[in-house]
Design a protein around this ligand. Sequence first.
Ligand SMILES: [Fe+2]
Ligand SMILES: [Fe+2]
Length: 490
Amino acid sequence: MQKLTTTLKKLGYLWKRSQVPIREPIQISRIDNLIIFLVCTVISIISSYKLLVIPSLTNSDIFSWFLNFIEVLVSCGFLIMVSKKENPFINSRQILLIITLLLLVQVAKYNFPLVLSPLSMIVPPALIISQGMGTITALAWVSIASINWPDFIAPINNNLLIITLICSCIVSVLGGRIRNRAQLLQLSIFVPLGALFSQWILIGRFQNSILDNQKNFISNDKIFSDSLLLAVLMLCTILFIPIFESTFGLLTKARLLELADKEKPLIRRLSIEAPGTFEHTLLICGLAEEATRMIGGDIDLIKTGALYHDIGKLHAPNWFIENQEGSKNPHDEIDDPIKSAKVLQAHVDEGLKFARKNRLPIPIANFIPEHQGTLKMGYFLYKAKEKNLNIIENDFRYKGPIPQSKETAILMLADGCEAALRAMNINASDQMALETISNIIISRQKDGQLDDSNLSKAEVFLIQRSFLNVWKRIRHRRIQYPTTKNNTFS
Ligand SMILES: [Fe+2]
Ligand SMILES: [Fe+2]
């Protein structure tokens, strides 16, 4: 009996862990929910009202209309659910974008079936969604946008629908992975070319339809103009993606890489005004990137997040030890642990202000408070206790929140291990380094800092190993190689 209870508990735990993310999605206000619901209802009405506009309406007609209406409404709900699952930080504007694109497609299907081909209606929006909200959301959107075609205006060729579905799926999958605008341009050329050839082979006027016996072949001129229109629309979409990014707060891979550019003014300022912090940031980037690769997380996100995590130190660089370079420590001069703790907390608060001023996307800004979580400012707490001050321990803890994603949790661990690893003796063994790393990680775990991060034990183990690998690389670089006087070899 006890065995059964333990097994059930284990199964329950595994189920809980499989539900990614553990974190509750962002709360959406009632008004926004109402607007989203209204748009979904309009989509359902547009998709189904024609079933009611027939002479001599029977009960079965009303029933089939109702079924159609509910089907589309439920599909919209499913789409929103999938997008929330894939993007825990999705906001109402982004949901509205997905739903509005669906609405536009439904309107186009019923009003411009002869002008726009299914390819031009579905592929460009799929590109926007895959870039901004990921492959799974884009695939869900494509599957819903591909149903409910009006067959009373002009019968749609089934082969054309299959080609549309294949092209949209390719765009959804590649769009979610593409990391620069040049690859996007290639996609906008090759997909229309592929569509042109496959249409020409499968549904051209002089060909027999391969997949079915439909007689509604399309002229080769129409196929060419449709593919050209698709290429133009995809190019326009790529041009407008930066506007979508800023208007709807989308975080595309290209935007992440642009933000990670070390020539960005804020990063340049960090390298000039706080060189120590900049060096610390670069080292953390290396540690965090390796660990994220090991556990299969979002490398571009963590690389960019790591670059900006301590940006708040710009408000007072010389108050942080890494920027003091042997000069006097202002903390010693004020000799007030409470004030010193406030300065430390300020690097988080000011960092968030910098993030807002520079319009950093929310997932990047989240690295600023979450890398410190609610950690204790141990040194100043110790100093305060030494002075017998009347203190509350919470005054010496960062305000949080604790890491809410695997990436921010990795950054917290990398932040903790960086100084310790840098300070380690060059002759220290791997075992010693691993012990140092695991001690830091265990202390964070015991403090409850990783509770909301959804990191499994296996992932924590992999993170330890990857930190060790990075340390080995650093140590290797620091070893002085013997040189000869006439060193001509390389
Ligand atoms: Fe920090
Ligand atoms: Fe840091």
